[in-house]
Design a binder for this molecule. Structure first.
Ligand SMILES: [Zn+2]
Length: 142
């Protein structure tokens, strides 16, 4: 089974800008939209300890609640989360897999000094403990 994920170009550009700016540290954020369509992002600050921030991220739970509130006010939902892997492939780490919530979409952007090198999507089905890759399509929404 291969699920598709649609990311509005405007939202993708925001992610791209953020992960490039955060390099060589990981960056993270919330995806807002409906089901498998991401129409906006809510940028989170990586509050992980600076010594390991190049390989890990964590966000303030209050900031995530704020993202949910903002989504609601705008008639959107929190559809998932994205983060970057500086100088690493866009595959999920053990920790990434562990923290995935069924029903949410996860996007990992591989980033290096030249910019975004790859983008992949994942989700954890409700019934199985398998991570499935999703096809990501950038869409221009007017
Ligand atoms: Zn990761």
């Amino acid at each position: 089974m291969c699920k598709e994920l649609f990311i509005d170009l405007k939202a993708y550009r925001q992610m791209e800008r953020q992960v490039k700016r955060a390099y060589p540290y990981e960056a993270c954020g919330v995806m807002l939209g409906h089901e498998n369509r991401v129409s906006d992002v809510y940028i989170l600050e990586n509050v992980e300890d600076k010594i390991i921030r190049h390989a890990y991220f964590s966000a303030d739970p209050l900031a995530i609640l704020k993202a949910e509130k903002e989504a609601k006010e705008r008639g959107l939902s929190v559809t998932g989360f994205y983060h970057s892997h500086p100088d690493r492939a866009a595959g999920p780490s053990e920790k990434d897999r562990e923290y995935m919530i069924p029903g949410m979409q996860y996007v990992i952007l591989s980033v290096n000094e030249n910019g975004v090198a790859g983008i992949k999507g994942y989700s954890k089905p409700d019934t199985e403990d398998v991570i499935e890759t999703v096809d990501i399509e950038m869409t221009v929404h007017r």
